[in-house]
Design a protein around this ligand. Structure first.
Ligand code: ADP
Ligand code: MG
Length: 262
């Protein structure tokens, strides 16, 4: 059985049908890319999976358990993690302190002062930082790190909850190609080492082809293609409208219109 089973999922905002009855599955240990032009419904799909948005219709099952109708906190507890940008208020803390905070949150513990929390689970936090290649920078403030290194710390923070499924909405946005590849290689390694599943959105096709096990393509709220990246790329119709003339995401919308979906 798949780890995640999404079926006939739909969401509208007023007159905008953001997601129009999409179905897909995600297995343990799989890296699935969700691509599509701006406004395709990618973030809306993510936010329904993590509970920030309630689906109008359809079902989202994790290990057979229904997520629709549950609160974000419950869904997080069930093992659905997501990467968050380190908030400005936490940027002044050190790298290891940020990961310790995440571990404390996972434990459900609240400390009245940071002083009492400061030694808590430091070793576990360092172990997580080691996995993302940031142990040597553990005692630096997050605010002084290079952008790519901040992204690694954000990944370690997400790992503190030991997610079964990790959601990454545009994880490599704003990164140089080298940093992008390094972050995705790391993510792939975590998927392999932990048997975790990852659903991510990505604008760089190079990243998708290099790292995704499978991809799904959304356009105007519809799922219009699905498969292994090279199969999707080699699908004659996708090739014609998507990778052929101009390689633009707008061509996906054209394909949707042609199929009578838009
Ligand atoms: P993507 O992440 O693929 O760019 P989104 O899921 O953010 O797409 O948006 C899908 C559609 O839903 C867009 O037309 C967007 O304008 C609309 N939309 C998203 N969120 C809201 C919202 N909170 N209120 C109204 N419309 C929204
Ligand atoms: Mg988005």
């Amino acid at each position: 059985m798949s780890l995640l089973q999404v079926s006939e999922l739909g969401k509208s905002f007023g007159g905008v049908n953001a997601v129009q009855g999409i179905s897909f599955e995600l297995a343990k240990g799989e890296l699935l890319a969700l691509i599509g032009p701006n406004g395709a419904g990618k973030s809306t799909t993510f936010n329904m999976v993590n509970g920030q948005l309630k689906a109008d219709r359809g079902s989202i099952r994790l290990d057979g358990q229904e997520l629709v109708g549950r609160k974000p906190r419950q869904i997080w507890r069930m093992g659905v993690g997501r990467t968050f940008q380190i908030a400005e208020t936490f940027a002044s803390l050190t790298v290891v302190e940020n990961v310790q905070m995440a571990l404390l949150s996972h434990d459900g513990r609240l400390f009245s002062t940071w002083r009492r929390a400061s030694d808590h689970r430091r070793d576990d936090a360092l172990a997580l930082l080691d996995q993302v290649g940031m142990k040597a920078q553990a005692d630096r403030a997050c605010s002084v790190l290079a952008y790519g290194d901040v992204k690694r710390v954000e990944l370690a923070i997400a790992m503190a909850n030991s997610p079964k499924l990790l959601l990454m909405d545009e994880p490599t946005a704003g990164m140089a190609p080298k940093e992008r590849n390094s972050l995705m290689a790391l993510t792939k390694q975590l998927v392999i080492d932990r048997g975790m599943a990852v659903l991510f959105t990505e604008h760089s096709m190079d990243v998708v082809f290099a790292y995704a096990d499978r991809m799904i393509v959304l356009a105007r709220g519809h799922l219009i293609a699905e498969g292994r990246p090279l199969e999707v790329r080699d699908d004659p119709e996708v090739q014609e409208v998507y990778f052929g003339s101009g390689r633009t995401f707008e061509n996906i919308a054209a394909r949707a219109a042609k199929l009578g979906l838009a």
